[in-house]
Design a protein around this ligand. Structure first.
Ligand code: HSE
Length: 440
C-alpha cells in the first residue's frame, strides 16, 4: 500500500524532530502502522529553514493553505501554535477532510469545543498527544488505558519551565527573579515566559486532561490559574522544614459538588514521587477507582520527545482512518453526545489544605488569637512552625514568622478567616497562602 501522506505546518523544533524520528525509525513505524508514513509537504514562512529541516524530495511552500488544498495529503500536522492563524488553518484542514495532529494546547483548551465538533461533523480525527506533557503518553492513558475507571482526580507537573525554576530556587536558595534570568540564559525559559510562569500553559494542559478524565467539555475559562511569580524563597525553605516541596501543580478532581480545575503552587509531601520530579521533567498522577494511583513521568518538551507524541498520533490515524468514524476512539474519550454536565466549581468551593505564613509581632497572645480565629471558622490545624524572631528579622527583631498548616477546609471559609487575620494589628504583612495537596 502506498504510504499515507502528511503535510506539516510549521518547521520548528518539533517539526524537525518529527522528520528525524520518522526517518530513523521508518521501518519499525511502518510495521506498526501497517503502511509507510511520509511527510511530503511542509509549509513555513521561513522556507529556507523548512528546506533544511525537510531535506530532499519534500515540497516546501510558504503558504499553509497550499498544503491544505493538496488532495494527496491525508493528515495535516499543525505545529504553528497559538490561537490565531493556527485556529483558522486547523478548521480549514478539517473542512477539507484532512485528519489533524496538533501540539497546540492553547488552541484546544480555548477552542476545543468548536474544533472537535467540526471534526466530528466531518468524520475526521484531531489528535493531540503532543499537546500535554510532551512525550508522555498521558492522553492515550486517560482516553484508552484507564477507560474502565471512574477517575477521581489527577495532579501533574505539566510545565517544565516552572519546574526547572522551582528546583533551582530550592537547590540554590535563590529568589524567583534571579532563577528566571538564569533559566532564560540557559534556554530553559522563553524570552517571553509569561504563559509558563503565570500558569497559563499548565492551565491549558490540565483543562484538556480534565475533559478527558471526566467527560466534560473543555472549559479553560473556568480554570483557576495562578503562577509562581510571587513565590518567595523563604516559603520554599519553610515548606522543606515541614516535610514538603513546592510544585506548580495542575489539579482536577471529581467531588460531590462538581469538578475542581486549578493550577497553582502547591506543597506536596517530600516523600511523594511527584515531589521528587526535578528540573524540566513532567509527571502526572492519575487516581482511578479501579486501578488506584498511577504515575506517568518523562520529558514534557523538546524536539524528539514531542515528536514521539506527534508520530504516535500519525500511527493511530494511519491505523484508523479507514474505520467507520463511529468506531474510532472519541476525541475526548467520551462520546460527544454523552458528555457530563458536571459543573466546574468556583474556587471558593474547592476543598484542600493550606500553608499560611503570617509575619506577626512577637508578643504574648498572638498565636492564641490566630489559632482562635481559625478554630472559630472550623479550620483544623495540622502543624505550626514558629521561627525565632532573631532568625527572621535579625538580632533584636520584634517580628517573627508563624507558619500554619491546616487540614482540609473550604477555600471560601479560608478567604474569610484570612481577611480577619489580616485585620489584626499584630499581623504585619500580607499573609502568604499556598495550597497543599497530600495526594493520598
Ligand atoms: N513551555 C512548556 C514547558 C513546554 O515549559 O513545559 C511546551 O508545552
Amino acid at each position: 500500500m502506498k504510504p499515507i501522506q502528511v503535510g506539516l505546518l510549521g518547521a520548528g523544533t518539533v517539526g524537525s524532530g518529527t522528520f528525524k524520528v520518522l526517518q530513523r525509525n521508518q521501518e519499525e513505524i511502518k510495521r506498526r502502522a501497517g503502511r509507510g508514513i511520509e511527510i511530503t509537504m511542509v509549509a513555513d514562512l521561513d522556507t529556507a529553514r523548512a528546506r533544511e529541516v525537510a531535506g530532499d524530495g519534500v515540497k516546501v511552500v510558504s503558504d499553509a493553505r497550499e498544503v491544505i488544498a493538496n488532495p494527496d495529503i491525508d493528515i495535516v500536522i499543525e505545529l504553528i501554535g497559538g490561537y490565531g492563524i493556527a485556529k483558522q488553518l486547523v478548521l480549514e484542514a478539517i473542512a477539507a477532510g484532512k485528519h489533524v495532529v496538533t501540539a497546540n494546547k492553547a488552541l484546544l483548551a480555548v477552542h476545543g469545543t468548536e474544533i472537535f465538533a467540526a471534526a466530528h461533523a466531518k468524520g475526521v480525527m484531531v489528535a493531540f498527544e503532543a499537546a500535554v506533557a510532551g512525550g508522555i503518553p498521558i492522553i492515550k492513558a486517560l482516553r484508552e488505558g484507564l477507560t474502565a475507571n471512574s477517575i477521581q482526580w489527577l495532579a501533574g507537573i505539566i510545565n517544565g519551565t516552572t519546574n526547572f525554576i522551582l528546583s533551582e530556587m530550592r537547590d540554590k536558595g535563590l529568589d524567583f527573579a534571579t532563577v528566571l534570568k538564569e533559566a532564560q540564559r540557559l534556554g530553559y525559559a522563553e524570552a517571553d515566559p509569561t504563559f509558563d510562569i503565570e500558569g497559563v500553559d499548565a492551565g491549558h494542559k490540565v483543562t484538556l486532561m480534565s475533559a478527558l478524565a471526566f467527560g466534560i467539555p473543555v472549559q479553560f475559562d473556568k480554570a483557576h490559574i495562578e503562577g509562581i511569580t510571587k513565590l518567595a524563597a523563604q516559603d520554599i525553605r519553610y515548606a522543606e522544614q515541614l516535610g514538603y516541596r513546592i510544585k506548580l501543580l495542575g489539579v482536577t478532581k471529581r467531588t460531590a459538588k462538581g469538578i475542581e480545575l486549578r493550577v497553582h503552587p502547591s506543597l506536596v509531601p517530600s516523600k511523594r514521587l511527584l515531589a521528587n520530579v526535578e528540573g524540566a521533567m513532567n509527571a502526572v498522577v492519575v487516581h482511578g477507582d479501579a486501578v488506584g494511583t498511577t504515575l506517568y513521568y518523562g520529558k514534557g518538551a523538546g524536539s524528539e520527545p514531542t515528536a514521539s507524541a506527534v508520530i504516535a498520533d500519525l500511527v493511530d490515524i494511519t491505523r484508523l482512518h479507514t474505520a467507520d468514524a463511529a468506531h474510532r476512539v472519541p476525541h475526548l474519550a467520551f462520546h460527544p453526545d454523552a458528555l457530563s454536565d458536571l459543573q466546574v466549581l468556583p474556587m471558593a468551593e474547592v476543598v484542600t489544605s493550606y500553608y499560611l505564613r503570617l509575619r506577626v509581632a512577637d508578643q504574648a497572645g498572638v498565636l492564641a488569637k490566630v489559632t482562635g480565629l481559625l478554630a472559630t471558622a472550623g479550620i483544623s490545624i495540622d502543624a505550626v512552625l514558629q521561627r525565632e524572631a532573631d532568625e527572621v528579622g535579625g538580632e533584636g527583631s520584634t517580628q517573627t514568622d508563624l507558619i500554619i498548616l491546616t487540614h482540609d477546609a473550604r477555600e471560601g471559609t479560608v478567604d474569610e478567616v484570612m481577611a480577619e487575620l489580616q485585620a489584626l494589628p499584630t499581623v504585619l504583612e500580607p499573609i502568604v497562602r499556598i495550597r497543599k495537596e497530600e495526594l493520598k
